[in-house]
Write a protein that binds this ligand. Structure first.
Ligand code: HEC
Length: 150
């Protein structure tokens, strides 16, 4: 009897109350600003369904085929350019963290400015980034003008 109770206790401890095995679900936990969270929560859903197939949920990309977004000099240096790429896709050579990539990223003509704002706010406020809210009017302004370094 006692052994059985102990077993149940151990199983609950191991599977019931332990933190998630992967850390990807917890990226949102590093955000405390509620306005940022309002964008980042739907942004995570959109990222996971529209981008993570290639860039991976952890943002580290895929070998020599897909560049990383996490800890990536290219991504960090220009929000305008990233927003433009999310809508219009990209091909041709690209240098990210000293590594050359050359595959096509498809355009996302169906993503609305608000959805791009949500994805951007998510990505630019996790993994050490702290850009704050990137809202829909800002995205619309970015999409009106092609960035120079594309
Ligand atoms: C089918 C695979 C695929 C999907 C889906 C995809 N990308 Fe990409 N992405 C790429 C590839 C490949 C490149 C590099 C393009 C090149 O070589 O010019 C890239 C480049 C980028 C870049 C610039 C490079 C960098 O590392 O910063 C950003 C920003 C980016 N993608 C963000 C996104 C976001 C956000 C989404 C979701 C809305 C997304 N991508 C969806 C494949 C993909």
């Amino acid at each position: 009897m006692r052994a059985k109770k102990l077993l149940v206790f151990l199983l609950l401890g191991a599977f019931g109350c332990s933190p998630q095995a992967t850390d990807e679900a917890n990226y949102l936990a590093s955000i405390s600003d509620t306005k940022v969270l309002q964008f980042a929560i739907p942004g995570k859903e959109l990222y996971d369904s529209h981008c993570a197939n290639c860039h991976q949920k952890d943002g580290k990309g895929l070998g020599k085929l897909i560049p990383p977004l996490r800890d990536a000099d290219y991504f960090k240096s220009n929000v305008h350019r990233s927003v433009w790429i999310m809508r219009h896709g990209k091909d041709g050579e690209i240098l990210v963290n000293g590594q050359t990539y050359n595959q096509a990223m498809p355009a996302n003509p169906k993503l609305s400015p608000l959805e791009i704002a949500q994805i951007s706010t998510y990505l630019y406020n996790i993994w050490g980034n702290q850009e704050g809210v990137i809202d829909a009017p800002r995205v619309e302004a970015f999409l009106r003008e092609q960035p120079r370094a594309n």
